[in-house]
Design a protein around this ligand. Structure first.
Ligand code: 5GP
Length: 206
């Protein structure tokens, strides 16, 4: 008797990177994606910035001191890190990705455009990088202004940086316009689904 067997192959170690200028709304997209797909896990970054109201250490970030951050750089513990704002460091620990893969999950990143580029260079085909494009520069500035947590000086720095980050769009695998959240979310979800489609091989057996 002849029958076909479908073998599900062991998933390779993959990462999904969501990147955008600060204020383009990528964090909400990442949150929804994580809530809907349980094969994904958020890669928690280290940062030296202050904790905002409502944020939790070890959930949103690992909030560490500049000294601790420097020590980790010296020990080569980061897969990437950036000084995203003057004096404020953000970075991904190698151990964070290993931990997620050990749980047989795909690591999801919410990081800046430079960090995203570094990850793409390192992980190549095993990384999907999605750039979230705000509909206009004005919409970006308005979002940043609406964040009550920013004081005037850091707001100006964020606006300047966001404008520069907009020019990075074409460096990533996919660009998703965030004019309307639900549409943007569907597009992100579809890209992720296609990227992570279970790899199967069809074996013709007897
Ligand atoms: P926020 O301070 O608003 O949480 O984040 C500021 C920026 O830093 C955002 O664009 C965020 O995506 C980015 N970011 C967060 N974690 C990392 C990281 O580990 N590496 C890099 N390069 N950027 C990060």
């Amino acid at each position: 008797m002849s029958h076909n067997v479908t073998r599900v192959l062991i998933p390779p170690k993959k990462i999904v990177v969501i990147t955008a200028p600060s204020g383009a709304g990528k964090s909400s997209l990442v949150r929804k994606l994580l809530a809907q797909r349980h094969d994904l896990a958020f890669s928690i970054s280290c940062t030296t910035r202050e904790k905002r109201v409502g944020e939790l250490d070890g959930k949103d970030y690992y909030f560490i001191s500049p000294e601790d951050f420097k020590r980790k750089i010296a020990n080569n513990e980061f897969v990437e890190f950036e000084e995203v704002y003057p004096g404020k460091f953000y970075g991904t620990l190698k151990t964070e990705i290993e931990k997620i893969w050990a749980h047989r999950k795909v690591a999801v990143f919410d990081i800046d455009v430079k960090g995203a580029e570094t990850l793409k260079k390192q992980f190549g085909q095993d990384a999907l990088t999605i750039f979230i494009q705000p509909p206009s520069v004005e919409s970006l500035i308005n979002r940043l202004k609406n964040r009550a947590s920013e004081d005037d000086k850091s707001l100006k720095a964020r606006i300047k940086r966001s404008e520069e980050e907009l020019t990075y769009a074409s460096r990533f695998d996919k660009i998703v316009m965030n004019r309307d959240f639900d549409t943007a979310y569907m597009r992100v979800k579809n890209h992720v689904t296609a990227f992570l489609a279970p790899q199967t091989e069809h074996v013709h057996g007897d």
